[in-house]
Design a protein around this ligand. Structure first.
Ligand SMILES: [Zn+2]
Length: 495
């Protein structure tokens, strides 16, 4: 169905490839750990959204990661579905694990990486440039022996010496890399610098026409989306991003922001992609009407809330509070709205179900929200729904999300709160005493003073369970991937 121009190598240069790494890089956000079922639910929705590539995990990192990549490959990696990708260091065992996990996918991709900056070479890898060149070439070729589709990332590309970077990329492409990905791992670059870096690669790597240039970035300085848009103008054709921009530190580049910038301003970008200026054809394969639903799903399953003023998917992104704006919007939508809420599938928290709604309506609505439950989970959720409908009469989509998340996010109950006592008053320091039963059945009691009664309770709980920080401690102690960093180690950072 592609009618666009293609280069001699058969690579389509006038569309943007969306590579989603929510399940790999996004899942590395502190507290965002997902179990295999949750990853599958998200992967299915990413396929509905129309992403081109799903990076499902880092197969070698842990048995949990391996299983997740394999299950996503099996279920979502159909012939008409997205390419399924696994990350792998430039090490044989990593590449073998990735290849094995990806076997069930109709279209698989191994994404291998090695550092190319002098600072990483000297202190982390303890290897010379010549050694890194040889490893990159050898490991890309090794990955190629398992599958046709191989992506190579020179980690810390932004701080690498350009001449050396060009050399590494040339050798990786010669060895079979079909995508070369340029990461700004530490989120340091400014848009024009990043654009120049990409332009340098497009102009100086002799065999670059045989590969797609991809970009990967982090939002430490708030310019990740701007960097990627600049990269497109200079030759990048694949964007690595996550839903809601989740990811380590300030997060990855947000998929929904990139996609809507390219959608709303497609005529601005047409020229850079070699299209006629007035072309209305979409620049990505994304079904933008699935964006809001996907955002809600990822937020629900990771427990990472979306700030209300977040671009595109924040609760206020389409709310026009001020009287003047409301008047303008009523008279003509385009007065103050550059895009239509419908275009991202924002449905105003529609009330769709009530106490007389049956099981089928319930299941259908859940499917529309991106939840595909097994029979047992559906039964439990339906009972909860009926209870709520009796009390509330009208049940909103957000209520349904809350119900389903309770049912499918099965966090094992490790600690049980047995007893709480709080005392406070106008001249008293808020003090709480709590008794908690541990997973071994032991009862522990402690007390703490806080800035208010609730704070005192949390502090007392923290004292009992010895959580160093109250936001991440418990969460990271549970779930099936609690030991996921087993094989990764601190000395093998990821891009
Ligand atoms: Zn990253």
């Amino acid at each position: 169905m592609n009618t666009h121009s293609q280069s001699a190598s058969g690579i389509d240069r006038d569309r943007i490839i969306i590579f989603d790494t929510t399940l790999r890089d996004g899942e590395q956000s502190p507290g965002a750990t997902l179990n295999v079922d949750e990853k599958l639910t998200i992967a299915r929705q990413l396929a509905r959204l129309g992403v081109d590539v799903i990076e499902a995990g880092f197969a070698y990192a842990s048995p949990g990661d391996f299983e997740a990549v394999q299950k996503v490959a099996e279920t979502v990696g159909t012939a008409d579905g997205p390419v399924i990708c696994s990350l792998a260091r430039a090490i044989k065992a990593d590449i073998e694990a990735a290849a094995e996990a990806l076997k069930p996918a109709a279209k698989g991709r191994i994404h291998t990486f090695i550092s190319t900056s002098d600072i990483h070479l000297q202190y982390q890898l303890k290897k010379s440039r010549a050694e890194v060149l040889a490893i990159a070439e050898e490991m890309v070729a090794y990955a190629k022996s398992f599958m046709e589709d191989v992506e190579f990332s020179p980690m810390d590309a932004a701080r690498s010496e350009p001449e050396f970077l060009y050399q590494v990329l040339e050798r990786a492409i010669a060895a079979g890399a079909t995508t070369v990905n340029i990461p700004d791992t530490v989120g340091y670059m400014m848009p024009s610098e990043f654009g120049n870096l990409i332009r340098g690669i497009a102009e100086n790597v002799p065999n670059i026409d045989r590969a797609i240039i991809s970009v990967h970035g982090h939002n430490d300085l708030g310019v990740a989306v701007a960097n990627f848009l600049e990269a497109i103008k200079n030759g990048a054709r694949q964007l690595e991003c996550t839903i809601n921009g989740i990811g380590e530190r300030a997060g990855n580049t947000a998929l929904e922001e990139l996609v809507m910038a390219l959608h709303v301003r497609r005529q601005y970008f047409n020229a850079f992609l070699g299209r006629p200026a007035e072309s209305e054809e979409p620049l990505t394969g994304i079904d933008t009407r699935q964006l809001y639903k996907t955002s809600r799903l990822v937020s629900n399953l990771t427990g990472m809330l979306v700030q209300p003023n977040k671009a595109i998917v924040g609760a206020n992104a389409f709310a026009h509070e001020s009287g003047i704006h409301q008047d303008g919007v009523l008279k003509h939508k385009l007065t103050y709205e550059i895009m239509d809420a419908q275009s991202i599938g924002f449905t105003d928290n529609q009330i769709v179900l009530g106490k007389h709604s049956g099981r089928n309506a319930f299941r259908t609505r859940l499917k529309e929200l991106g939840f595909d439950l097994g029979d047992q989970e559906l039964n439990k959720a339906f009972v909860r729904f009926k209870e709520l409908a009796d009390k509330k009469k009208e049940v909103s989509d957000w209520d349904l999300e809350a119900i389903v998340n309770d049912e499918i996010q099965q966090v094992p109950e490790l600690f049980k709160l047995e007893h709480v006592q709080v005392s406070c008053g106008d001249h008293a320091r808020p003090t709480a005493t709590v008794t908690i039963r541990t997973p071994d059945g032991e009862e522990l009691t402690d007390a703490a003073i806080g800035t208010g009664p609730v704070d005192a309770v949390y502090k007392a709980i923290n004292r009992v369970v010895e959580i160093p920080n109250q936001f991440g401690g418990v969460l990271s102690a549970v779930g099936d991937s609690g030991n996921r960093r087993d094989r990764r180690g601190d000395d093998s950072p990821e891009i």
